[in-house]
Design a protein around this ligand. Structure first.
Ligand code: CP
Ligand code: NVA
Length: 309
């Protein structure tokens, strides 16, 4: 069975750290022949994307590979062909499949049949490629990860909250999620997070008070209040989320030299203010750049494993 990257705890702490080291190396030397042949990588989107799409396509090309970037809504998958049959066919053409889709169960199904590595480019539940870039960015700014406190404010039940929790504790961080009632992380995700934290010395906590959540935080981050696919679910997000906006007043409450992340796209004036995203604490443009390096490291690492198998 190939190794897949479907959620953050698919990597052990040592593996995550090795991929971040490789990402730092690739940032210094962007061009190489790691995917020469060329290896073909399918990159399929069932939701919109700017960063993920460009960083995978450019990154694969920089390593000598051949990206096949497709709008999933134009595939037969969008008609009557099953996920399993799609996986069987794609594995005959390509060396890995990168997929952005809706429910995690869909990518789990693809991976259960695929004979090549499958990479999660965002599902409703997880966004693990983003977290590799986030961790690379924090490490660049702070020197190390274990023991740092990262606070996420906003929708605690979305893909970013879940992946920051799972990826953050894998790195030995203390991850706090501050979210209004009704938007807390899913219990089954928290179970996995606590299990991983027990192995690494990291920790996870869920709070409703945004001020308590940022006190002493080394990293503050947020995400859109309405994720892709939730636009018409009828939930009022503005009133409950407004106290969780990352603004200058909240940031000053950390009492520390805190850095700010945002996976982007940002909704300026909603979950984050111009003052913060354009201010000195913001690391968001490095974070966006690091998608490129972190994903190239992940692909290189997965392909090395395939060769060794
Ligand atoms: N952060 C992120 O995944 O951005 P895109 O949706 O633009 O790919
Ligand atoms: N939570 C957001 C992340 C976008 C990169 C969404 O799923 O739309």
């Amino acid at each position: 069975m190939p190794r897949h990257f479907l959620r953050d705890d698919d990597l052990t702490p040592d593996e995550q750290s090795a991929i971040l080291d490789l990402a730092d190396e690739l940032k210094k030397r962007p061009h190489g022949d790691q995917l020469a042949g060329p290896r073909a990588i399918a990159v399929i989107f069932e939701k919109n994307s700017t960063r993920t799409r460009f960083s995978f396509e450019v990154g694969i090309a920089q390593l000598g590979g051949h990206p096949v970037v497709v709008d999933g809504r134009s595939m037969q998958l969008g008609r009557e062909e099953t996920i399993e049959d799609t996986a069987r066919v794609l594995a005959r053409y390509v060396d890995a499949v990168v997929w952005r889709t809706f429910a995690q169960a869909r990518i789990d199904k693809l991976a259960s049949v695929a004979t090549v590595p499958v990479i999660n480019a965002l599902t409703d539940e997880f966004h693990p490629c983003q977290i590799l870039a986030d961790l690379q960015t924090v490490r660049e700014r702070k020197g190390s990860l274990a023991g740092l406190t990262l606070t996420y404010l906003g929708d605690g039940a979305n893909n970013m909250a879940h992946s920051l929790l799972l990826g953050g504790v894998t790195a030995g961080m203390h991850v706090r999620v501050a979210a209004p009632a009704g938007f807390h992380p899913m219990p089954w995700v928290l179970d996995a997070v606590h299990k991983r934290a027990a192995e690494t010395g990291g920790s996870a906590s869920v709070l409703t008070d945004p001020h308590a959540a940022v006190d002493g935080a080394d990293v503050v981050t947020t995400d859109s209040w309405t994720s892709m696919g939730q636009e018409n679910d009828g939930k009022d997000r503005v009133a409950p989320f407004r106290p969780y906006q990352v603004n200058g007043d909240l940031l000053r409450r950390t009492g520390k030299d805190t850095i700010v992340l945002h996976d982007l796209p940002a909704h300026r004036g909603w979950e984050i203010t111009d003052e913060v995203i354009d201010g000195p604490a913001s690391a968001v443009w490095d974070e966006a750049e690091n998608r490129l390096h972190a994903q190239k490291a992940l692909l290189t690492w997965l392909m090395d494993r395939e060769e060794a198998a």
